[in-house]
Design a protein. Structure first.
Length: 277
């Protein structure tokens, strides 16, 4: 057999010391960089919540939080509404329901006014559509609309209580009638919206041209309340509007526009030429 065909590679025991050192160095370097990248850096990151080594490794590798926390992702913003609006919610109630609602409403007068007309910055409830009162109270009850006072109160209301309260408030007269004419004096956003920015006219849902089921009556609401709600929709702090309908529009609105439409809806007297119905 020819000498040249003999394998030239020496058995590992005979490999030069320098080669073994470089393998050891590479292994060491790999271990250190894994520790730095997957454990140390994630652990000093400001949202590190000390869930242990495994969690830091998973987080660094981009694994979704619920995979390593056993299904409970860290509490984020509250989810949107889970209330399914049903025509049944608007069904007229018997006098008994209205009467029970009136009694329960004694706990609400402090903020919402003696006859559902607020004198503070709480929303008016007089004449509000029953499905709106039901939906909003259920959203507070289940944490889908955030307000400390209302969440605490709604938590103590049964579904029957909520239906009775809604029946009572629906039986009271509304703050004012809606503008129905296509009146030039209405703010543009109220009357025609801003089609290029996907803002539909307010009166196509909130009463005027049309009143869409589940859309609150906002005529005559306190101005500061309207501003606060529109800002909360814009920032996503309030997110219980179905399909994000209000969030999408509010995101496109400037501060000045929010002030303008809020001032309009809160106005004390109907503008000249606007007929109610
Ligand atoms: C301490 C004051 C206070 C009391 C008492 C109170 N509310 Fe409220 N309520 C508020 C405020 C403030 C808001 C607006 C909160 C927000 O920004 O989400 C509100 C919101 C609401 C809404 C949502 C209205 C809308 O147009 O979206 C409903 C419905 C409601 N309250 C019903 C009730 C009922 C029913 C009671 C009595 C059982 C009650 N509230 C008692 C202060 C109060
Ligand atoms: C496509 C229909 C639609 C249009 C257009 C619309 N809204 Fe709304 N709006 C809604 C619905 C639905 C809700 C109730 C969301 C929920 O369930 O919490 C709402 C809620 C609101 C609220 C909160 C009221 C309360 O008491 O909770 C305000 C304020 C409001 N809209 C203002 C406006 C203004 C101002 C415009 C015009 C720039 C407008 N909306 C246009 C559908 C609409």
């Amino acid at each position: 057999m020819d000498e040249r065909h003999t394998p030239r590679t020496a058995p590992s025991s005979q490999r030069p010391v320098g080669w073994r050192r470089s393998v050891a160095a590479l292994a060491g370097l790999t271990a250190v960089s894994l520790l730095v990248g997957f454990v140390w850096l994630p652990s000093v990151h400001e949202d590190f919540t000390a869930e242990g080594l495994w969690a830091s490794i998973c987080r660094a590798a981009g694994v979704p939080a619920r995979w390593y926390t056993g299904g409970t992702a860290p509490a984020a913003a509250p989810p949107g509404t889970q209330v399914v609006l049903a025509r049944e919610m608007a069904r007229p109630r018997d006098a008994g329901s209205v009467g029970r609602g009136a009694t329960l409403a004694l706990n609400c007068t402090m903020c919402h006014g003696a006859h559902g007309m607020s004198t503070s910055n709480a929303p008016n409830l007089a004449g509000q559509y029953p499905e709106v009162v039901i939906k909003q109270l259920l959203d507070y009850k289940h944490g889908h609309r955030v307000n400390a006072v209302m969440q605490a109160l709604a938590a103590g209301l049964s579904e029957q209580d909520i239906r009775d309260l809604a029946a009572y408030y629906a039986s009271l007269p509304k703050a004012r009638t809606a503008p129905t004419t296509y009146d030039e004096t209405l703010p543009a956003l109220v009357r025609v919206g801003a089609p290029l920015r996907n803002i539909a006219p307010c009166i196509s849902c909130h009463g005027g041209i049309d009143q869409k089921f589940g859309t609150p009556w906002i005529e005559g609401m306190p101005r500061d309340y309207l501003v606060a709600q529109l800002r909360a929709f814009r920032s996503g702090e309030r997110r219980n509007d179905p399909q994000g309908v209000m969030r999408t529009m509010a995101r496109q609105m400037t501060d000045a526009e929010i002030e303008e439409v809020a001032t309009f809806y809160a106005r004390k007297a109907a503008p000249a030429g606007v007929q109610g119905h």
